[in-house]
Design a protein around this ligand. Structure first.
Ligand SMILES: Nc1nc2c(ncn2[C@@H]2O[C@H](COP(=O)(O)OP(=O)(O)OP(=O)(O)O)[C@@H](O)[C@H]2O)c(=O)[nH]1
Ligand SMILES: [Mg+2]
Length: 296
């Protein structure tokens, strides 16, 4: 990859196979299997996005679109920890017309963790002494998914996130820091709940909403309640560990506006702090945000 010699990774043969891959993918048996992927360990939802484009992607002149990049899987480093720094430099004026204006001075460190690095008691957190806020990201659809931990034991991904959250919020370096919990993949929650109940995750065993069915499907309000339930679970946990308030918002990572909204909320929170909490009782109108004044 470093040498840019893609022939080594994707030999010409791969391109020859691409039409067959696409044909197999459109086969009824493959599609039926994909539709029952929640019964399998390792068939990601996203498979369809790329397999449908096998021929296009295999072309030598293929250039990934922004969407292709957003849909791609993150890579995992061998020690389970990868990170990159980014910021939003001032761009052309037109880009700002509709969207959220990022603070060009804000610097972000994106850290991706695998639970296998949990055993290392998160020593790396000590590297981040000068941070203002932690944006802790959890996928709402993790509740029925599993990971192999460092001992080779399958662990529920939501439970793994909970354990990581506990370790990180209790870390001495991050004492008194603001935490914003980003509950991601909001667009997929309802679809998943129609297949697998939220109670599949042991931590969510007491989720018991009054369920209103519409055409035998769960309604969006059930997903909304599930989101609130999960948010409150984390808020209670955070309160018990730090005696402070956890901010929460719901995000769909594939939608730039939704991500911008989370960054905007993060900036509001910092402003509240900066102004001695005088903003704390301000109404925050967005529906995807659990109000700052919500108690657990
Ligand atoms: N539909 C939807 N897909 C998302 C969202 N956020 C991320 N994704 C997709 O989820 C995948 C993210 O892949 P990874 O970064 O590997 O994360 P993951 O597969 O959820 O989790 P692990 O690989 O187990 O860490 C990509 O295909 C993304 O396009 C979202 O909000 N909605
Ligand atoms: Mg993945």
């Amino acid at each position: 990859m470093v040498s840019g010699n893609l022939e080594v990774i994707f030999p010409a043969a791969t391109r020859e196979y691409a039409p067959f891959i696409q044909k197999l993918w459109n086969d009824a048996a493959f599609q039926a299997t994909y539709n029952r992927r929640h019964e399998l360990q390792m068939l990601p939802r996203i498979a369809t996005y790329f397999l449908e484009r096998a021929v296009e992607i295999s072309r030598t002149d293929y250039e990934p679109s922004d969407m292709d990049i957003l849909y791609a899987e993150g890579t995992q480093s061998s020690n389970g920890l990868s990170s990159m720094e980014f910021s939003f430099p001032t761009r052309e004026r037109e880009s700002f017309i509709d969207g959220y204006q990022h603070d060009p001075l804000a610097r972000y460190q994106l850290i991706r963790l695998h639970p296998s690095s949990l055993g290392a008691s998160c020593k790396w957190v000590g590297m981040f002494e000068d941070i203002n806020m932690v944006l802790f990201c959890v996928s709402l659809t993790d509740y029925d998914e599993f990971w192999l931990d460092s001992n080779g034991v399958l662990i529920n991904k939501m439970v793994a996130s909970k354990q990581l959250f506990e370790t990180i919020v209790s870390h001495p370096t991050l004492e008194q820091k603001d935490f914003l919990l980003i509950l991601n993949k909001a667009d997929l929650l309802l679809e998943k709940m129609e297949e697998v109940p939220l109670t599949r995750c042991e931590w969510f065993h007491d989720f018991n909403p009054v369920i209103s069915h519409h055409n035998n499907n769960l309604t969006a309000s059930v997903a909304q309640r599930a989101f609130h339930y999960i948010a409150v679970k984390f808020k209670r946990l955070f309160d018990s560990l730090t005696h402070s308030k956890l901010y929460v918002c719901m995000v769909t990572g594939l939608e730039p506006d939704s991500v911008d909204e989370a960054f905007r909320y993060a900036r509001e929170i910092l402003k509240w702090d900066h102004n001695d909490n005088s903003f704390i009782n301000n109404e925050f109108s967005t529906t995807t945000v659990i109000e700052a004044s919500t108690t657990s």
